[in-house]
Design a protein around this ligand. Structure first.
Ligand SMILES: [Zn+2]
Length: 256
């Protein structure tokens, strides 16, 4: 009897979790009203130059994102205008739980739960109510070496985005933000995880172009502009990127 009750409780929990996931997916992909993407800046290592940059940070640093989504949506015939609104939220003073180093499914699940618990407690209130929450983790502008990998969670509709605290980097920063935002709408990466090279054809901005290389733009979810068979460069601004057909299908702007 007790066992049957336990199974019943577990089934109810599973049902609720499943229904919530479906509901979130529907909200993320219905495009019935503009989706509010709220950005929460965080000083990643307490650096004073990062602090000075964040003190003067305004919505102007993210001004390319809305018109970019608008232009791309129009290209795919989406009636909603604008598809997203970008809002600069208040700063968050505490760091999110660190992303696990080893990529096991259990550590990923445990981190995703910790992350949601952290977000629930630490996210400052903002208006309008966010649909997508992106935590912007700023590193000093003269940070040496590659930044840690950014993470966009489709489930939970949030992401951790590693950026440089520098005016000169505002173009590339917006590319990274738009990329992680698209993950929360269901888009997948379109580059080879080991070589970081864009995948052909879905990771190319103009896959039908002849000759195929060099390309002039990056597919946003591939993240880089392929110029030679083993060489790709980072786009400097969103203007050097497009959302490809596959990405537009994944976020439900067009039917496959
Ligand atoms: Zn990605």
């Amino acid at each position: 009897m007790f066992k049957a009750f336990r199974i019943f409780v577990l089934l109810v929990i599973l049902l609720v979790v499943g229904a919530t996931a479906l509901m979130q997916r529907w909200q993320a992909q219905s495009w019935r009203r503009p989706q509010v993407i709220t950005l929460y800046p965080i000083n990643m290592d307490g650096n004073p130059s990062t602090e000075a940059y964040l003190d003067q940070l305004g919505e102007g640093a993210f001004a390319d994102i809305e018109p970019y989504f608008q232009a791309e949506a129009r290209r795919y015939g989406l009636a909603l205008n604008p598809p997203v609104r970008v809002v600069l939220g208040r700063r968050v003073r505490e760091l999110p739980p660190p992303v696990p180093r080893e990529a096991g499914p259990l550590s990923a699940i445990s981190w995703s739960l910790k992350m949601r618990w952290w977000a629930w407690r630490k996210t400052p209130p903002s208006s309008p109510v966010p649909d997508v929450r992106l935590y912007l983790l700023y590193h000093p502008g003269d940070f040496n070496g590659p930044l840690p990998h950014s993470t966009g969670l489709e489930k939970g509709r949030m992401g951790l985005v590693h950026l440089f605290a520098s005016r000169a980097q505002q173009g590339p920063n917006q590319v990274v933000i738009a990329h992680e935002a698209l993950h929360t709408f269901g888009a997948t990466d379109k580059y080879d995880l080991s070589t970081l090279m864009p995948l052909y054809p879905e990771g190319y901005a103009a896959p039908d172009q002849q000759p195929t290389l060099p390309q002039d733009q990056a597919e946003l979810m591939a993240g880089r502009i392929p110029v030679r068979p083993n060489e790709a460069r980072m786009p400097a601004t969103l203007a050097q990127t497009v959302m490809g057909r596959k990405t537009a299908e994944e976020i439900n702007w067009i039917k496959p």
